[in-house]
Design a protein around this ligand. Structure first.
Ligand SMILES: Cc1ncc(C[n+]2csc(CCOP(=O)(O)OP(=O)(O)O)c2C)c(N)n1
Ligand SMILES: [Mg+2]
Length: 458
């Protein structure tokens, strides 16, 4: 089939690791299944015959597609309103029964037990770190109570080569990828083993080893970045995608719309994963949007493949994320997921949610829609779990978390001079002067500063 192609992209290799990206307009090329064959050299007059040139399409359009008026015309004057809401996909009830049974991913006992234990470990860690913050031992903390199924279900559906951009309430995703309790404790305690050298607030994790970009607090900045990351994956011909997690509150930022439109028009393999937990600090979701929530923006506004899923059902989250990943990677297009859930905890240690919502509301979600209990009931039905196992696992988790915390608290803080490093490749003179001044000042008044808590200067 011969098609008109617009926006054919050309990657020109400038040197071994430098690529120049250019746009070309071409007339014809042939399509064979999903492969695109460019007819000979498109730029026949390209004088740089010897440079390595890769061609691929960012967009194919049939003649029909070029007609932007896809709607019907009508002579009836009537206001149009939203008619259909996107349904919420769910397969496992609170008793752990999967319907239809074919929707059960049917993982073995070992893997499901690992998933469940990970949820318990996340809960245990959150409880201990929350208390530790209240005792003033760390400066800040955010828990993930109520969103455990989103973390483990979605993370299990991804490949380690898929890049992750997180917002901040996704610790379980990192843990599932192998981010250790020691790494978490070192970051939260801002000690010298923290790769960020204590410059970020607690829970702003990141790790190259597990392919998770460092979290940054300004909301929604990670969405356009994730589109760039997935576009780069596509240009490099990788069979991977980038997933970006964000809250329904973050989706009110302009960056959400810019990112969605870039992803849609550039056809990038991005998974936009919205955790709709009904609250953005004290602002309820009902004050964030009108219409059909976040999912409703996908198909109509951005022409994007979209799912709405029960975020408290781990198998539904897994199935949806797996399908989203297949679509993103195989078709090279973005997918939007809106996972419906509830933020059971306070927003962070700086928040008291009893000021703006009722205990009844929280208890409803804790008791009637609890994602951890749902998986527990599934396991009990299979004969894989007992109350004794539950008790011993929680006890073990507490010991692991406490041990990691004790070790992290015993570490020194990063060297004071590190305050000035890593922003510039070469530290500019004005910063060097300030660094010298600070070190001299501390030497002059040692009794005024707890310098023994910091790693000695090298
Ligand atoms: C640009 C920007 N504006 C405001 C804030 C302050 N802030 C931090 S978290 C938050 C609420 C975000 O809610 P949501 O995206 O729903 O995520 P959730 O906390 O519910 O997981 C706000 C307003 C910020 N960090 N960045
Ligand atoms: Mg929220």
């Amino acid at each position: 089939m011969s098609q008109n192609i617009k926006n054919l992209s050309k990657l020109v290799r400038q040197s071994s690791n430098r690529w120049l990206f250019q746009q070309n307009r071409v007339q014809t090329l042939s399509l064979n299944n999903s492969s695109i064959f460019v007819k000979n050299a498109i730029n026949n007059n390209n004088s740089n015959k010897n440079i390595n040139v890769k061609y691929f399409s960012t967009k194919t359009e049939t003649q029909q597609d070029l007609d932007v008026d896809k709607f019907d015309y009508t002579n009836k004057l009537e206001p149009q309103v939203l008619k259909d809401y996107i349904p919420c996909y769910t397969v496992m009830d609170q008793e752990g029964v999967v319907n239809p049974p074919s929707a059960d991913p049917n993982f073995g006992q070992e893997l499901v037990t690992k998933m469940y234990k990970q949820m318990l470990l996340l809960n245990t860690m959150d409880s201990i770190f929350y208390d530790v913050q209240r005792q003033g031992r760390i400066s800040f903390y955010m828990t993930s109570f109520g969103e455990e199924a989103i973390h483990i279900g979605s993370a299990q559906a991804l490949s380690m080569d898929d890049t992750i951009f997180a917002q901040y309430r996704e610790s379980g995703v990192l843990m599932w990828r192998g981010f250790t309790l020691d790494e978490i404790a070192n970051q939260c305690c801002s000690n010298e083993l923290d790769p960020g050298k204590g410059r970020q607030m607690p829970v702003h994790f990141g790790s190259k080893r597990i392919n998770v970009q460092t979290i940054s607090s300004p909301l929604t900045t990670q969405l356009p970045q994730a589109v760039g990351s997935s576009y780069a994956q596509k240009l490099a011909g990788e069979k991977n995608c980038t997933i970006v997690y964000f809250g329904e509150g973050a989706a009110s930022e302009g960056d959400f719309h810019a990112a969605m439109n870039f992803a849609a028009t550039l056809s990038t393999p991005t998974i936009f994963f919205c955790r709709n937990n009904k609250w953005a600090i004290s602002t309820p979701a009902s004050e964030q949007y009108r219409g059909d929530g976040i999912a409703g923006r996908g198909p109509s506004a951005y022409g994007m493949t979209t799912f709405r899923v029960d975020g408290n059902d781990i198998w539904a989250v897994y199935n949806v994320t797996k399908m989203a990943r297949d679509i993103a990677v195989e078709k090279g297009v973005p997918v939007l997921i809106e996972a419906m859930t509830y933020r059971v905890s306070h927003h962070s240690t700086s928040d008291d949610s009893s000021r703006y919502r009722t205990t009844e509301e929280i208890n409803h979600w804790k008791e009637k829609k609890n994602p951890v209990n749902r998986l527990k009931n599934y396991m009990i039905r299979k004969g894989w779990w007992t109350e004794e196992l539950e008790k011993s696992t929680i006890k073990e988790s507490r010991e692991q978390v406490k041990a990691a915390l004790q070790k992290a608290e015993a570490q020194k803080k990063p060297m004071i001079s590190e305050l000035f490093t890593d922003v510039y490749d070469t530290i500019p003179n004005n910063l060097l002067e300030q660094q010298k001044e600070l070190i001299e000042h501390i030497k002059l008044y040692p009794e005024e500063y707890p310098i023994d808590q910091y790693a000695p200067e090298k």
